[in-house]
Design a protein around this ligand. Structure first.
Ligand code: MLT
Length: 344
């Protein structure tokens, strides 16, 4: 796509005329053509594959949501939706790439709470989540779970607390990088139990889970979209969910709060973003396709099985995402700043 600035520059010389009125008319026509350019361009959107950038490694929970949606999205849009994993720096590498991509609707970002926490965590952030993007929609809310390698001696939360007190920083907590929700959840847990765990970063909780299954790390706080199958298969130890109420996907599982970690509540929310300046026609078209995809019975069943809650219609809007992001940024910014925690 030709960037709007280039079209504007090309307009000037094309309307040179000695007659003032004609010149004015020429500029007017040209301006109208320029103003109309994105709309006319976006009319057939999409005409080629769309890249949906995931900020974490393949196989992890964000990736699972993106890939579950990519097939029905492609069906609704008539073009492939290609999931691309661009990892690093707790998701900020991917967000930087998308913020700088051509604003043509062909490069989009799916990201979680990290969009709201990054401005406080990263002092040298290359983008502003509140001004450098167009907002497409919220997607799903996902609870987290606290799990451990299968052979960790502690069989339940009370035993885990005793074990952690005895072992202290000999215990490894895996996470997906500074600013990842697995990291934030791990920090909340560390604070709640008052034990100084050793943290081990990965490019996503996909590889972190592989390390947990392989016994290379001890603990992981991760989204149900990845942990439910492992919990059901008995492949990990499981201590509880991070929501205030029990969840349908794991009805017998206690919450961490009901087991004594009062106020322990972490919920992950996901949204889809486009680079600033992406034509409204493109973001609206993608939003409409997303609504169709989220009503697909296969998607609904899979999300329910994995504990992911499709957000209500009012949040499936650009404004729903934008205002939620603002609210979350205002909520987490002061908390992170006053804790003096920085990722860079
Ligand atoms: C996170 O911890 O932020 C995510 O679970 C990372 C991922 O999707 O791999």
């Amino acid at each position: 796509m030709t960037p709007l600035a280039q079209i504007t520059l090309r307009c000037g010389p094309a309307v040179r005329t000695p007659r003032r009125s004609l010149a004015l008319a020429g500029w007017l026509v040209c301006s109208l053509a320029v103003l109309g350019a994105p709309a006319a361009w976006a009319e057939g959107y999409p005409t080629r594959p769309i890249s949906l950038v995931v900020p974490f490694a393949a196989g992890g929970p964000t990736d699972v949501v993106a890939r579950t949606l990519s097939v029905p999205l492609a069906k609704a849009l008539g073009q492939p939706v290609v999931v691309e994993n661009k990892t690093g720096a707790g998701g900020t590498v991917a967000a930087t790439i998308v913020s700088r991509a051509a604003p043509d609707g062909y490069t989009l970002l799916i990201h979680h709470n990290g969009m709201a926490t990054a401005p406080a965590l990263y002092r040298k952030l290359a983008y502003n989540p509140l001004t450098d993007f167009e907002y497409i929609s919220q997607v799903v809310d996902v609870p987290m779970t606290l799990v451990a390698r299968k052979d960790l001696p502690a069989k339940n939360l009370p035993e885990l607390l005793v074990y952690l007190k005895a072992q202290g920083d000999k215990i490894n907590l895996a996470h997906a990088g500074l600013g990842a929700v697995s990291h934030l959840c791990g920090m909340v847990f560390r604070q709640a139990v008052g034990v100084d765990l050793t943290t081990v970063p990965y490019q996503g909780t996909g590889p972190a889970m592989a390390a947990l299954l392989g016994g290379q790390v001890d603990l992981l706080c991760d989204q149900t979209t990845q942990t439910v199958p492992q919990i059901k298969a008995g492949a990990v130890r499981f201590y509880g969910v991070t929501t205030a109420q029990r969840i349908k996907a794991l009805p017998d599982a206690p919450t961490l709060a009901e087991q004594g970690l009062k106020g322990f509540e972490v919920m992950v929310w996901h949204g889809i973003y486009a680079p600033k300046g992406t034509p409204r026609e493109a973001t609206e078209r993608f939003n409409a396709a997303l609504r169709v995809a989220l009503k697909d019975p296969t998607v609904m069943a899979r999300m329910a099985d994995l504990g992911a809650e499709i957000v209500p219609d009012a949040k499936l809007t650009p404004e729903g995402l934008r205002s939620w992001l603002k609210q979350e940024t205002e909520r987490w910014g002061p908390v992170i700043k006053s804790a003096g925690v920085y990722a860079d």
